[in-house]
Design a binder for this molecule. Structure first.
Ligand SMILES: O=C(CO)COP(=O)(O)O
Length: 145
């Protein structure tokens, strides 16, 4: 049985069309899960799928940090973040911080379409595999052992 997942969706402007097409192609798979997104991306996803999305502020206005706070609180399982590798962002530090928190909390992170395809067709997405969530002590103990 498929467990309900908490999924974050974000795309930089140059990658929004790619995310919209990805979500359109997999709309059936997102239903029944809990969706979170930064402001502009969230509006686009809701319009595309009709699935309700919990929307944070727009990325450059703090939305990436709000998504990061959700991760730090243990509230996200998967982040699909179509990043733009060709443009300098005013909120680059926020983007980096968000990716860092995904790494730290072992959140499944897909930054492009191929990875996102893998995630949606994975045993994890289907509920047959559980993601380990490391604690701070895990990192501290690893550092000193
Ligand atoms: O800038 C973003 C992520 O870094 C995305 O923000 P929007 O979804 O508001 O466009």
């Amino acid at each position: 049985m498929q467990a309900k997942k908490r999924i974050g969706l974000i795309a930089h402007d140059a990658r929004k069309r790619a995310l919209r097409e990805f979500v359109r192609a997999h709309a059936g798979k997102f239903g029944g899960h809990e969706l979170f997104a930064t402001g502009t991306t969230g509006r686009m996803i809701e319009k595309e799928t009709g699935i309700p999305v919990r929307r944070f502020k727009s990325g450059p206005l703090g939305g990436d940090q709000q998504m990061g706070a959700l991760i730090a609180d243990g509230g996200l399982d998967i982040l699909i973040f179509f990043t733009d590798p060709m443009t300098t962002m005013p909120h680059d530090v926020d983007v980096k911080a968000l990716v860092r928190l995904c790494t730290l909390y072992n959140v499944v992170l897909a930054c492009n379409q191929a990875s996102a395809d893998f995630v949606l067709t994975s045993a994890y997405f289907d509920g047959a595999y559980e993601r380990a969530v490391p604690s701070y002590e895990d990192y501290v103990n690893r550092a000193i052992s």
